[in-house]
Design a protein around this ligand. Structure first.
Ligand code: FES
Ligand code: FE2
Length: 455
C-alpha cells in the first residue's frame, strides 16, 4: 500500500507564532512533546458495544477522578450537588466551613434504597422521603422513625458510604475507588502547567449541558483536534490556526494531553489573507474582540486582539491583566484530563468541557460546556451560573449566552449524529487516525486500554 510521503507540518508553526508575540507565553507553552503510539486502527466496538460500555463502568467510571462541581457551586454548609455517572449517583456536599470540608455520599437510602436527593440545593440533613430515615451532613444515621422496630440496626454501621473527594483549581473531584492514587498524582503535569492560569481565581459564569446523539468518547474526540476545522467550521479559518495547531503528549504521562491553536492569524491554508480580513472575520465571529481602539501602525491583528482582550478582561474584572501573554489572552489552550474533563488555560478563551454517557445508553452522551470568568481581586464574584439543560432536539444556539461558540458546536453536533450512525453500519473494524493531528485521541485510547486491561 502506498502512503502519503510528505510529512512536513504546515508553516508557520505555533512556536514561530509564539516567538514573535509581544508578551511571551509561560515557559511550558514554548515546549513541544510528541510520543509515538503507533498507527494501528482503533477498534469500533468501544463506540457501539453495550458490553464495552458496561466494562467502562467498572474499569473507568469507578476507578478514575472526575470533576463533580466547582467550589463556588457549594459555598455554604449543606450546599450540595448530585453528580451522576451512568447508574451511579453521589451527593457532593459541603459539611463545614473549611475549604476541604466536602464529602461525597452514595445517593441511596440504607433502608430500602430510595435516592436521597434528586437534585442539588441546601439542606441541614438528608431525610429519605419514603419512611424518613435521616442522616446528618457528616453521613451519620441520626434518626429512624419507629426505631423500636429496628433493634437489629446498629446506628454506627449505618453511615452513608462515601466516595473520595479532593479539589484542584476550584474544581471538586470525586473517585469511587478507595484505593486510588491521590488526585494531585493523578493530575501529573497539570497543576504545574496551570500555575500560569490559576483557575481557582475564576468562577463559573456560563454552564450548559446537552444530550448528544453519540457515544461519550465520540463526542469528546470531536473537540480535541483541529483537523476537522477546515471542513466542519470553514467560517473560522481566516483567523484560526487549524493545521498548525500543536498537539502534545509526554512520555510516561497517562492522563493529560494538550493542544494549542493560535488565534488572530489565518490558517496556513489561507496565508494570502490580508490583515483587514483577519480582523473583520474574527470580530464578526467573536464580538468580544471588537474595540473602538484602532490597531497602531503596523500592529498585527494578533497583537491588536491580545491588547483588546487584556484591556477588556481587566476592565470587566477590576483586576490588572495588562501583563498576560498574547497567547493566554487570545489562544485556544486546551488540555484533556482522562477520562472526560477538558479544561482550557487561556483567559480570553476560558472554558471547559465534560463528557459522560447519558444514563446507561452507549449511543447517547451528556456534553457540558462552561465558561470561567476572573474573580475580583478580593475573591468576590457573582453567583455561579446554574446549569442550562438542553434536550437532544434543542440546538446549542438556543442559549444566547454561548454567543458564536454555539454555532461551532452545533456544526459538530450534526456531524456526531452521522459519525455514530456510520460506525453502526461500517464494515471496517476500526477507525484510522492521523499520526500527529489526532494524537490526543490516540493517547486517550492508549490510556483507556490500560484501564480496561487492569484487574
Ligand atoms: S427507603 Fe428510605 S426510609 Fe425507607
Ligand atoms: Fe469542532
Amino acid at each position: 500500500m502506498s502512503s502519503n510521503s510528505s510529512s512536513e507540518r504546515p508553516q508557520p508553526s505555533l512556536q514561530d507564532i509564539l516567538a514573535s508575540d509581544v508578551i511571551p507565553p509561560p515557559e511550558h507553552m514554548r515546549q513541544e512533546s510528541h510520543v509515538d503510539f503507533g498507527n494501528e486502527d482503533i477498534s469500533i466496538d468501544r463506540y457501539i458495544s453495550k458490553a464495552y460500555h458496561d466494562m467502562e463502568v467498572e474499569k473507568v467510571w469507578r476507578k478514575t477522578w472526575q470533576w463533580a462541581c466547582r467550589l463556588e457551586d457549594i459555598p455554604n454548609v449543606g450546599d450540595h450537588v448530585v453528580y451522576e455517572i451512568v447508574n451511579d449517583s453521589l451527593i457532593v456536599v459541603r459539611t463545614g466551613p473549611n475549604l476541604r470540608d466536602i464529602r461525597a455520599y452514595i445517593n441511596a437510602c440504607l433502608h430500602r434504597g430510595t435516592q436521597l436527593r434528586t437534585e442539588g440545593g441546601c439542606v441541614k440533613q438528608f431525610r429519605c422521603p419514603f419512611h424518613g430515615f435521616t442522616w446528618g451532613l457528616d453521613g451519620c444515621l441520626k434518626q429512624v422513625p419507629e426505631a423500636w422496630d429496628f433493634t437489629h440496626v446498629n446506628f454506627e454501621e449505618f453511615s452513608l458510604p462515601e466516595a473520595q473527594v479532593d479539589i484542584w483549581g476550584g474544581f471538586v473531584f470525586i473517585n469511587f475507588d478507595h484505593e486510588c492514587e491521590p488526585l494531585l498524582d493523578y493530575l501529573e503535569i497539570l497543576p504545574e502547567h496551570f500555575k500560569a492560569y490559576a483557575l481557582e481565581e475564576r468562577y463559573k459564569a456560563i454552564h450548559v449541558a446537552k444530550v448528544m446523539p453519540c457515544n461519550w468518547k465520540l463526542c469528546a474526540e470531536a473537540f480535541v483536534e483541529a483537523y476537522h476545522v477546515a471542513f466542519a467550521h470553514p467560517q473560522t479559518v481566516a483567523y484560526y490556526g487549524d493545521s498548525n495547531t500543536q498537539y502534545d503528549t509526554w512520555p510516561g504521562v497517562r492522563h493529560i494531553n494538550r493542544m494549542i491553536s493560535a488565534q488572530g492569524v489565518p490558517s496556513p491554508s489561507k496565508s494570502h489573507i490580508d490583515d483587514d480580513t483577519v480582523r473583520a472575520y474574527m470580530e464578526r465571529d467573536t464580538p468580544f474582540f471588537k474595540s473602538k481602539v484602532e490597531p497602531t501602525e503596523g500592529q498585527s491583528p494578533r497583537a491588536h486582539f491580545a491588547d483588546v482582550a487584556r484591556k477588556k478582561i481587566s476592565a470587566s474584572s477590576g483586576r490588572d491583566f495588562s501583563q498576560i501573554s498574547d497567547s493566554v489572552a487570545i489562544d485556544l489552550i486546551q488540555y484533556t484530563v482522562f477520562p472526560n474533563f477538558v479544561p482550557y488555560g487561556g483567559l480570553g478563551l476560558s472554558a471547559g468541557y465534560r463528557f459522560r454517557p447519558y444514563g446507561d445508553d452507549p449511543y447517547r452522551s451528556i456534553m457540558e460546556i462552561f465558561f470561567l470568568f476572573p474573580k475580583a481581586d478580593d475573591g468576590s464574584h457573582p453567583q455561579p451560573a446554574p446549569i442550562i439543560w438542553l434536550t437532544e432536539e434543542e440546538p446549542w444556539s438556543t442559549v444566547e449566552a454561548m454567543g458564536s461558540a454555539a454555532m461551532v458546536v452545533d456544526q459538530d453536533t450534526d456531524n456526531l449524529k452521522r459519525i455514530q450512525r456510520g460506525l453502526l453500519t461500517t464494515r471496517k473494524p476500526g477507525v484510522t487516525l492521523a499520526s500527529y493531528q489526532e494524537s490526543r485521541i490516540r493517547h486517550f485510547h492508549n490510556t483507556l486500554d490500560t484501564y480496561m486491561a487492569a484487574d
